[in-house]
Design a protein around this ligand. Structure first.
Ligand SMILES: *Cc1c(COP(=O)(O)O)cnc(C)c1O
Length: 382
């Protein structure tokens, strides 16, 4: 079976993790701060806070931006459920903004329309979470402008976008957002097995996320109510969590990030072949905006309306090609249907879902495997 995504683990990665296992610190040592500095260097953001998953950093980011009971968070229905769940962890409310049917990314026009309505009804959201589907940046200049106009904070869910750029700035630079989050799940661009990071240029947000990541506990002398208590002493100032990344995970990340550019280049190279071949088949490849460079987490195509996606999907799986579908719209998940969402609420997202198909894409996908995938798809469509 050719998977749709797969991590690349080198001998150097293994040596880096092994070295940590043989060291004194399996957690709370030097690797996590080093990983955070590497993320800052890669993105040009001033601060990075690493945690045990992107789901955790989404939660931390919402808390740092003050999401609480009754506050609305808006995200995209075409995403992994974590982008929506984080609002509910904070006792906030969730709503969705429809996407552009060609990209699966949040549509600025739909956003403007919804913001206007919300303002008239006095229920503007506190936080907006656009998701860079497949690694392709949303139209962040338009989204950020609207967010500024309406006083809404922005978290970019760039789980798919590590290593990409938009209008000349790195994704994660937070040029058009308050906070950006990345995921390092093995299927993503680089991996720490499980892990995530938030980047920001706001020192108060970084401090808040770092505090909440580790129980809300601080040892920083200037912060302490009782600074003279002794060196053993720490204080809990907030109700935080244990969302820490381990040293093993960070060591893997520090080793992986050295190959980030080559991973992204290889993904883009494979995509060029896919796009060239698929255009001949009346299959539309989902591609990034102009002036942006996608990390290409996913190779998503939109099948012609005349075709039954399930038939194509099943035939590809039967041919040992592990195609996938990203994503079943979040508002149609049973949990969200129970909250009052319904079919036809976000028609463009539902259209995208009905026609999309994810083809295998990862740095080690061979030319032969890719040719087999294209040939199989060609056979099914002709
Ligand atoms: C993978 C993913 C997440 C969650 O990442 P974890 O690190 O697995 O918690 C969130 N949002 C999107 C869009 C993702 O693809």
């Amino acid at each position: 079976m050719i998977p749709y995504g797969r991590q690349n683990i080198s001998a150097e990665d293994i040596a880096a993790v092994t070295a940590v296992l043989q060291s004194d610190c399996l957690t709370q040592g030097p690797q996590v701060p080093l990983f955070e500095r590497n993320i800052c260097q890669m993105t040009t953001a001033q601060y990075a806070v690493a945690a045990n998953s992107a789901t955790s950093v989404l939660h931390l980011a919402c808390l740092a931006l003050g999401v609480g009971a009754g506050d609305y968070v808006w995200t995209s229905p075409i995403t992994f459920v974590a982008s929506a769940n984080c609002a509910l962890y904070c006792c906030g409310e969730i709503d969705f903004v429809d996407v552009d049917r060609h990209t699966g990314n949040m549509c600025p026009k739909a956003l403007e329309c919804k913001l206007k309505q919300a303002k008239a009804q006095n229920c503007l959201p506190k936080v907006l979470i656009p998701v860079h589907m497949a690694g392709h940046s949303c139209d962040m200049r338009a989204i950020w402008q609207l967010a500024q106009d309406y006083g809404v904070r922005v978290i970019e869910d760039a789980s798919h976008g590590v290593g990409g750029s938009y209008l000349g700035s790195k994704i994660g630079a937070c040029e058009y957002s308050d906070i950006t989050i990345f995921s390092f799940h093995p299927v993503k661009i680089i991996t720490t097995a499980e892990g995530g990071v938030a980047t920001t240029n706001d020192p108060a947000l970084a401090e808040s996320m770092a505090l909440l990541r580790s129980h809300g506990i601080t040892k920083t002398a200037e912060k302490l109510l009782r600074p003279d208590e002794g060196d053993w002493y720490y204080e809990q100032h907030e109700l935080g969590f244990n969302y820490r990344m381990t040293e093993l995970q960070a060591a893997l990340g520090n080793s992986q990030i050295k190959r980030l550019d080559s991973f992204v280049e290889q993904r883009n190279k494979l995509v060029m072949t896919y796009v060239a071949e698929l255009t001949k088949l009346n299959v539309t490849s989902v591609v990034p905006l102009e002036n942006s460079y996608s990390a290409y987490h996913l190779m998503i195509v939109l099948l012609p309306e005349s075709l039954d996606r399930k038939v194509v999907f099943d035939a590809m799986r039967a041919a040992n090609i592990f195609v996938h579908v990203h994503y079943f719209p979040v508002h149609l998940q049973p949990y969200y249907l129970n909250k009052g969402f319904a079919e036809h609420d976000f028609p463009e997202a539902e259209y995208f879902y009905q026609h999309c198909l994810t083809l295998p894409l990862f740095p080690d996908l061979t030319e032969q495997e890719q040719a087999y995938i294209i040939d199989t798809l060609t056979g099914l469509l002709s």
